[in-house]
Design a protein around this ligand. Structure first.
Ligand code: F6P
Length: 324
């Protein structure tokens, strides 16, 4: 086994924050300290990398925030890093600060950034999947997805209370960018009458068929993923076309889904993947994302990770049963 001499690791969080990022930071620091490795955090994602905005991280301090959502390192979507000029500055900052390896916690944009960076920088990079969207190949769950779904469920349950009281149709839009994972999970677990996700081509047909005969004697809940090709407003107008008398409201859950304390699952995922990132670095791995598949730790190359994680057939089949 090749043992790489790593004395100083830089870590950063990037893209949309997600609950569990702080737990991962704690685990990274704790595991690194056990091997006498120094850990520093770049603030504000790639922006901090470019500017050399670095702070020293200690596990006893990070321990206090492991239960909190967001990221204590802050995050950003960096336009400057998309330019070669920005990446060259980041390389210089790594050299100046004598960083031997880099751990990034983020989503597909983060890993695309690391791929581009690897063309000019040869220190090892390790990725940890951190996004509420659950849209990465190479892990069953990304950090923050479970917490975001729990937040969606809590809010959709509340909407049901008022929808039942007024016999209203409610369209609830959930996040997920191009992925329907949050939509399908929160829709199925709240007993939604219809679920619209970007991955399905038949969901609107099921919905319109069902809502056509809806008699306003009950609530009718529809969960729509923000990335659905039809879009929330158009869904509303199509419903009105087939059943003009419905009393319809739209709620967008929005960024509330990104916040809040991480669930037990996200805390454990952060702890396990954070610790694993140090282990695989020391074993000599580079340019891979650590993940969990069938509850087993695994690594996947950045090239494979950025291909969108598909919703499997079994889940898609449930859409047909529960949506019609
Ligand atoms: O990728 C996470 C996510 O929350 C998506 O679900 C959403 O489309 C996007 O980020 C929102 O991005 P921003 O916070 O930059 O508006």
């Amino acid at each position: 086994m090749k043992i790489t001499k790593i004395k100083h690791i830089g870590v950063f969080t990037s893209g949309g924050d997600s609950p569990g990022m702080n737990a991962a930071l704690y685990a990274i620091a704790k595991s690194a300290e056990a091997k006498s490795i120094k850990i520093s955090g770049f603030r504000k994602g790639y922006e901090g990398l470019i500017d050399g905005d670095l702070i020293s991280l200690k596990s006893h301090e990070l321990q206090k925030s492991l239960h909190q959502g967001g990221t204590i390192l802050k995050t950003a979507r960096s336009k400057r890093f998309m330019e070669l000029e920005g990446r060259k500055k980041a390389l210089q900052a790594l050299r100046t600060n004598k960083i031997d390896a880099l751990i990034a916690i983020g989503g597909d944009g983060t890993f695309k950034g690391l791929l581009a960076f690897s063309e000019i920088c040869d220190i090892p990079f390790i990725g940890i999947p951190g996004t509420i969207d659950n849209d990465l190949v190479g892990t069953d769950y990304t950090l923050g997805f479970d917490s975001a779904v729990n937040t969606s469920i809590e809010n959709i349950d509340k909407i049901r209370d008022t929808a039942e009281s007024h016999n209203r149709v409610f369209i609830v839009e959930v996040m997920g960018r191009d992925s329907g994972y949050i939509g399908i999970h929160s829709g199925l677990t709240t007993g939604a009458d219809a679920i619209l996700i970007p991955e399905s081509g038949k969901d609107l047909i099921y919905l319109l068929e069902k809502v056509k005969n809806y008699d306003s004697e009950d609530a009718f809940l529809i969960v729509v993923s923000e990335g659905d090709e039809i879009g929330t407003e158009l869904v509303a107008s199509k419903i009105k076309e087939v059943n003009p008398n419905v009393d319809l409201r739209i709620t967008r859950l929005g960024h509330v889904q990104r916040g809040g304390n991480p669930s037990a699952l996200d805390r454990m995922l952060g702890i396990r993947l954070g610790a694993t990132s140090i282990e695989v670095l020391l074993r000599g791995s580079q340019n891979v994302m650590v993940g969990l598949i069938n509850n087993m730790i695994c690594t996947t190359s950045f090239q494979s990770v950025v291909k969108q994680h598909q919703i499997d057939e079994e889940l898609q089949g449930l859409l047909e049963i529960f949506g019609s």
